[in-house]
Design a protein around this ligand. Sequence first.
Ligand SMILES: Nc1ncnc2c1ncn2[C@@H]1O[C@H](COP(=O)(O)OP(=O)(O)OP(=O)(O)O)[C@@H](O)[C@H]1O
Ligand SMILES: [Mg+2]
Length: 164
Amino acid sequence: MIKAHDLAFEYTKKFKEIRKDRQNSICLLGQPGCGKTHLLMAVSNNLIQRGVEVIYFPWVEGWTEISEDFKMMPERVRRLEHAQVLFLDDVYKGREEPTKTQREQFFAIVNYRYMEKLPMLISSERTISEMCQFDEAVGSRINEMCRDYKAIINRNMELNLRLK
Ligand SMILES: Nc1ncnc2c1ncn2[C@@H]1O[C@H](COP(=O)(O)OP(=O)(O)OP(=O)(O)O)[C@@H](O)[C@H]1O
Ligand SMILES: [Mg+2]
């Protein structure tokens, strides 16, 4: 957790320098309740204060909203593709398998951002290899973009701050 904190701090400091690189994203993965969202929210607040646009996409609620109105879907997905920075919170949370819509649209979003080198802040309970079991194209792109800023907090219930 300390390493994840230091990584988030380092990422924030280096952001301006690396934002146009392929390795311009950060992911905090693993144990629930250990502060992944908290840290990436702090990164987001810092970037916003420096005039960077950050769009927040909480996985479960975000897809519910997108799926509620199919006519609006292309526009909503487009915003997620084009945001200066996209904060994807709790990726692949919930269902055991992503839906067909999630699969297709999520690949489109990640691939667009990969091609255009647009940064992402990612939190997830899943590891990269678990993500790859859902979609290797997505998992491997995330892996490459987060190569320099990736923290995996091993499962250990004692690290769940909500239980403390
Ligand atoms: N550094 C911290 N200092 C104090 N409280 C913290 C800190 N980090 C996280 N918390 C608190 O601990 C709780 C869990 O944090 P958070 O929601 O960020 O965890 P998470 O890893 O995103 O969990 P999940 O995987 O379930 O989404 C929250 O109530 C949060 O406010
Ligand atoms: Mg969280």
